[in-house]
Design a protein around this ligand. Structure first.
Ligand code: SF4
Ligand code: SF4
Ligand code: SF4
Length: 334
């Protein structure tokens, strides 16, 4: 594939051109002495970091909040974040016309809750040498390569960085990068994910894991693809209060609290199962240390597999529940 080997400082210079001359915002990462954070840059790229090895949340959530009609934004984010953006476009939550999405190769991330607060530089060094240090979501990631969105930043086996265009917008982005176009190496530092056995749910384990749930709903609120404004769990129907709860207790007898947590997770799992990107932002947000990713990612990958679908892989792939094919699922095995 044709791309551009990125010269020192060329990427920052191209992004600065978008900021200063084209009135774009850049959503990416900012580094300080000890950590790397999401940041929306305007005017200039100060303390810009191409990657963040520490995961606090999925940047597509911030994009959902930032998006306004006509806003011009360049996303320089991890593959799971760009995949979430692609799903949000399909779900008509974001209009892509003025957005350029660039996915950056990802060596995996450690949790922002990691004890001892590993400095970001150390975390990245650790991850490039020893992927075992990564979060469960990253150790089992389906796509760590910058191959989604309009363009990708890939790292070759020699440690050189390449910009590769996947769409016309990606091509426009590339045209602002200094340097000549040439054939990029076929082998990059990060290869395709190895196939893994499908995760099976054991309901006993599920009940045990979720018994600690306090129904704070942080997992829902921090999930990039869980977007309904009128979530059914904001109303009284599924989470009764006042007289409704009182009457239920009278009808059903003694009741454990919080009520309805299994239902909450099963409904959420059903809602995001075709769009979940397996980023683990839900688990990162959980104060109770519940291993949410293995359930949400496990269930969604099995379901997506039945439809040969992969969330966020391409804007052209229709989310299975948005379409109907009379003859589908004839050969489905599960
Ligand atoms: S889930 Fe994949 S893309 Fe996302 S941070 Fe982990 S390794 Fe990177
Ligand atoms: S359910 Fe969890 S793993 Fe899936 S997209 Fe939402 S936050 Fe990420
Ligand atoms: S974040 Fe954790 S405790 Fe809160 S509702 Fe989700 S699973 Fe339950």
């Amino acid at each position: 594939m044709q791309g551009k080997k990125i010269k020192n400082g060329a990427l920052e210079s191209a992004l600065n051109t978008f900021l200063a001359e084209k009135e774009y915002l850049v959503m990416g990462f900012e580094k300080d002495a000890s950590n790397v954070y999401h940041r929306v840059f305007k005017d200039s790229l100060d303390n810009y970091a191409l990657m963040s090895p520490v995961f606090a949340t999925n940047g597509a959530l911030y994009l959902r909040r930032l998006f306004a009609k006509g806003a011009q934004i360049i996303l320089m984010l991890r593959p799971c974040e760009i995949r979430s953006y692609v799903e949000l476009v399909k779900l008509t939550q974001i209009e892509p016309e003025n957005i350029i999405a660039v996915s950056v190769d990802c060596f995996g991330t450690v949790s922002s809750k990691t004890e001892g607060d590993i400095p970001a530089g150390e975390a990245l060094k650790g991850l490039t040498k020893d992927a075992e240090k990564a979060r469960w979501a990253c150790a089992n990631c389906r796509e760590r390569r910058g191959v989604v969105g309009d363009a990708g930043i890939r790292i070759d086996a020699n440690g050189d960085y390449w910009a590769l265009p996947y769409t016309d917008k990606g091509q426009a982005f590339l045209s602002l990068l200094e340097g000549e176009t040439s054939e990029a190496p076929a082998q990059m530092a990060i290869g395709p994910a190895e196939p893994r056995p499908a995760f099976q749910i054991d309901m006993k384990e599920f009940t045990k894991d979720f018994s600690k749930c306090i129904m704070c709903m942080n997992c829902r609120d921090m999930c990039p693809v869980c977007y309904c404004v009128d979530c059914v769990f904001n109303g009284d129907e599924y989470l009764p209060k006042g007289d409704a709860l009182f009457n239920k207790v009278f009808r059903a007898g003694s009741t454990g609290m919080p009520r309805g947590k299994e239902l909450f997770h099963l409904i959420r799992m059903y809602h995001v199962s075709q769009t979940c990107v397996g980023c683990g932002a839900c688990e990162e947000a959980c104060p109770q240390g519940i291993p949410l990713t293995k359930y949400f990612k496990g269930v969604s990958e099995r379901l997506q597999g039945m439809f040969s679908y992969m969330s966020g892989r391409s804007k052209d792939e229709i989310i299975p529940y948005l379409t109907f094919i009379e003859e589908e699922l004839k050969d489905a095995e599960d």
